[in-house]
Ligand binder design. Structure first.
Ligand SMILES: [Fe+2]
Ligand SMILES: [Fe+2]
Length: 238
């Protein structure tokens, strides 16, 4: 069933100037499903899905945060290419690449009864990169865009970036996953050290708060912030 596109994804999709490309990207974002051998697969809704199981963006809403932040970083790099290096870059392809690069990650996740995530049976057979590449080819997306998506894992993927647009998407993806992942793991470490246990399902906002409190008020600040987060979580439950 066609769903309303998340407003933050719509803002990004609307920046694509090429009408045909904009329509194709929007259609896939609105209906991120695919078929394998006659069986239809759908995803966790994009607006609640994480974008990773453990290393980065591994909390509800992480998928949207990852795409939006990666787009910000990628567009900043487009500015550098044009304004500092006087180079050329196709922003339509960059935006489309960022929007679609992890589109089928949510199809490889399931929510467990306790709210944690694990991978689906499909993920035992295919990774999100192969899933999206095959669907983009099947749906007739431009080869340049297929390349951007194929190359977004850089040296760890099937092909490295061979265009400026693919390089920008790869670097922005890497930068954002590291930024988020490092702060999440630092916050988990600080929490463990300060109060003896970790907070389950730490969000990015909470993690940045914890890391900030250590920088400003030291270990006492971490203890205070963790207690504040616990109180807030309890209030939301009741
Ligand atoms: Fe990916
Ligand atoms: Fe990504």
């Amino acid at each position: 069933m066609k769903k309303m596109l998340h407003p933050k994804l719509k803002v990004l999709a609307d920046k694509i100037r090429d009408k045909k490309l904009r329509r194709k990207v929007t259609e896939l974002l609105e209906n991120p499903t695919f078929e394998i051998n006659g069986k239809k697969y759908s995803s966790l809704p994009l607006d609640v899905s994480p974008a990773g199981l453990s290393h980065h963006h591994c909390y509800p809403g992480g998928y949207i945060e990852h795409v939006v932040s990666t787009a910000n970083l990628a567009l900043a790099m487009c500015n550098s290419v044009e304004k500092v290096y006087h180079g050329k870059v196709n922003r339509d392809l960059v935006i489309a690449g960022v929007l679609l690069h992890d589109i089928f990650k949510p199809a490889t996740y399931i929510v467990n009864k306790n709210g944690s995530y694990s991978s689906t049976r499909l993920a035992d057979y295919m990774d999100h990169l192969s899933l999206v590449i095959s669907e983009l080819v099947r749906k007739g997306f431009p080869l340049e865009l297929v390349h951007i998506v194929s190359a977004h894992h850089g040296d760890y993927g099937p092909i490295g970036p061979h265009t400026v647009e693919a390089l920008i998407c790869h670097l922005a993806d890497l930068m954002d996953s590291r930024l988020n992942g490092k702060v999440l793991s630092a916050a988990a470490y600080l929490t463990r050290k300060a109060v003896g246990e970790e907070l389950q399902g730490l969000t990015s906002k909470e993690a940045f708060e914890i890391v900030h409190s250590k920088a400003v008020e030291g270990w006492e600040g971490v203890v205070k912030t963790v207690e504040k987060i616990k109180r807030k979580r309890k209030m939301h439950k009741t």
